[in-house]
Design a protein around this ligand. Structure first.
Ligand SMILES: [Zn+2]
Length: 213
């Protein structure tokens, strides 16, 4: 990898776009605007009718991945970094998160994945926990192991996914393992680091380093 310190790299709109471009190219996915999708409108309506979440919340706040299609509520690379300095970093992490779901469904087939995700809060919590754990990888990489991560707060996000307290506890345990495994600057200088990271996070880090140099 490179000698540059990740914390010195500006996570700009251009870097976010290049990350998404490389992920879409590697995993042969498509990124589509959520607000123009009829399918997303129907799903949002379904969720609001069953009081899962309001239609506007679904359409404006959540990215939804269905098979190879990723529906984003905004255009990648667009955002106001002056008002919100982390906007493009979050877009980068979102790309890693959603492509982790792509690998999950490809490992067992989309129908089985969708069935488990929809019918079991436990399975949903574990799929989301694995995807959110890539955010821990990315934040620790960016800070050379120094990021303080509140794994309890991260697990509590799964309440919005309809997960039960026991599912959330399991997700927290998974985050704690990922965090303990990777934190500490020494480990980040370890030459076997690539073996410790998920493939999507690793590809993203390589893209950031090459688009920076
Ligand atoms: Zn997710």
């Amino acid at each position: 990898m490179s000698d540059v310190r990740p914390s010195d790299i500006s996570m700009s709109s251009g870097v976010a776009k290049r990350v998404w471009f490389s992920l879409v190219d590697e995993y042969r996915t498509r990124v589509l605007p959520k607000d123009k999708s009829l399918l997303m409108w129907f799903i949002g309506l379904f969720l609001s009718v069953f009081k899962f979440m309001p239609l506007d919340t679904f359409r404006s706040r959540y990215t939804t991945t269905i098979a190879d299609r990723i529906y984003t509520p905004y255009k990648v690379g667009e955002g106001d970094a002056i008002r919100d300095p982390d906007v493009f970093w979050r877009q980068i992490k979102l790309g890693v998160h959603e492509h982790t779901h792509i690998l999950q469904y490809r490992s067992i087939g989309y129908l089985l994945f969708a069935y488990r995700y929809a019918t079991s809060t436990r399975a949903r919590a574990m799929y989301e926990a694995e995807a959110y754990a890539t955010g821990i990888e990315m934040d620790l990489w960016r800070t050379s192991g120094a990021a303080i991560i509140d794994t309890g707060a991260l697990a509590a996000r799964l309440v919005a996914y309809g997960c039960k307290p026991s599912d959330i506890e399991s997700a927290k345990a998974l985050y704690d393992i990922a965090y303990a495994r990777l934190r500490g600057a020494k480990k980040w200088k370890d030459p076997v680091l690539p073996a410790r990271l998920s493939p999507v996070a690793l590809l993203t880090i390589k893209t950031i380093l090459t688009s920076h140099s």
